[in-house]
Design a protein around this ligand. Sequence first.
Ligand code: ADP
Ligand code: ZN
Ligand code: ZN
Length: 660
Amino acid sequence: MTGPILGVAIDAPLRRLFDYRAPPSPDPEKLQPGQRVWVPFGRRKAVGVIVELRSRSDVPEARLKSALALIDEVPVIDAILLDLLRWSAEYYRHPPGEVIAAALPSVREDVVATGTMTCSVARELGPELTPEQAAAVSAIVAAHGRFAPFVLHGVTGSGKTEVYLRAIAEVVARGEQALVLVPEISLTPQLVARFAARFPGPLAVLHSGLTDTDRLQAWRAARAGSAPVVIGTRSAIFAPLARPGLIVIDEEHDASYKQQDGFRYSARDLALARAQRHGIPIVLGSATPSLESLERIRAGRAQRLTLPNRTAGARPPSLHLIDLRAHADTQGFATPTLLTIRRHLDAGGQVLIYLNRRGYAPTLFCPGCGWVAPCPRCDARLTVHQRERSLDCHHCGTHLPIPVICPDCGEAVKPVGQGTERIEETLTDFFPAISLARIDRDAVRKRGSLEATLERVHSGEVRLLVGTQMLTKGHHFPLVTLVVVLNADQGLFGTDFRAAERLAQTIVQVSGRAGRAEKPGEVLIQTEYPEHPLLQQLVHGGYDAFAAAALVEREQAHWPPFARVAVLRAEAPGREAPLAFLEHAKELVATCDVAGVEVLGPAAAPMERRAGHYRAQLMLHAATHSPLQRLLARWVPLLEEAPGARKVRWALDVDPLELF
Ligand code: ADP
Ligand code: ZN
Ligand code: ZN
């Protein structure tokens, strides 16, 4: 046999590389990992990426086909990125071809362009840094050329973005590039403009909403080095960089960094792995750092940089709990809450009301017989959307007309509970003269309507702002003096071990919207459990107090970051198949002969049926990462061969963010 054997990754759901002989041309010496090749694949022709060059193959010689043609003269994926992608495929046990496809803008295009790196200086210098900001920038800049993780902990408005901009300016001045990841929701035109104003030359902006052409252009600019700053959402972690100098992950605690389907990677974790391979500093910034990042600091694996104060002398907001059991409730508002809202409106302030439930009401109820409108495809209730006159399932998208009478007893039905749409209605009744805006997925569905609403908020025209999670991220509301968290209790007793962390982060993030400028802010949190430790910690000791207590609890309960978890999920149209498959999967764990991994379950999901499928999962739990990885390496190939595997849809989630 002549020439090398190519180990090729092909975008197909198979956890392996495919072996081919070298194509007829060019010289075998010109072949390199990271180049794309045309290969015969089944009955079609496919584009693959060379991952390895080997001298032999386990495929019998007669069955070994030749690659058809080499596509790129130079690798489209450099050695470090390719190594990261291979490592990711193994770590997450995901098909390597699909992992590599995630890193390319479009496998078919001619993706290589050459360009020149422009060495440039920042356009304007920005405000004079506070001593804390200056110390943070110096520490990051001093770590030039070596792997150094930093956790930049600063409340909203403390000047974190300014620290990124200044550290990036130094990187760019050296002729290197910075990669900046932001949560999906905060990649706004305003943020991009703030970066563009600072740095001459094109920014490469990467996110899921781009057209193929735009994505390819940004990708090329990143790869050629002509873009000094590459800014993007989750998948931008795979952007090629000609001369990487710094990685920044803004709001590193944000859930959108974890892909929740297909290739279930964490862009934050991969960013650390990437920075390590490049030997460059990385900054994880947040007002509410994840417990993983705080534990990293404690263990000496990251350096803490703190911005304790808001810039421009703005004072931190004061938090108060409103006991919902002790006060009369009018459509979700306790009397002291209504009085406080009025006081702030009278004083010319802007008020933000947060409720993480869109729609008019979470339930349609029959007072006659107790019937509640169920989703026909999920174990869930349908949400009433009054304006659309529909009953919607927020899990599967079922969309039905609202019945006037109960289908069981014929009595008139009524919406029960509060959603943002109903809160808007209630507030309009209470404060008819005050201009109000709602920000949630339904209200800003039309393109450009979010920007238009934000504009009305920033101008001060809107005085009352009602919204969901959408409000807690990225947006700055300098005129807001009062934030009301309508109901904190949904997250207090969650079954997921991260529920408390998520609730604390949400409360702190939404509180951070209040009183950013010279106006001091006030935050009211309505709850039926004011004595709950989480709320007490937040009110009296802030996020730090909560996080310290939460870390102790996690350690005692052996949850991440003090343990490693992977879950195997399965679903099927029938109830039995997923559980049977997972039972079998559990038996297979025993045959793998790896000590130190505990198996929990299988168990049905709390909401077992979703979109017509029954769901269950099996959890693997280990004290550290290596026994878990050893087990997964042996176990996943067995799962692929398991007889029940074809009867269900199954997926493995390593380091899951949500347990179901
Ligand atoms: P964060 O990213 O922590 O929310 P920003 O960097 O956006 O904070 O800063 C909040 C506001 O304060 C912005 O308007 C910013 O321009 C301004 N700012 C930041 N640093 C300073 C500083 N050292 N002096 C004055 N204003 C500053
Ligand atoms: Zn009824
Ligand atoms: Zn549904």
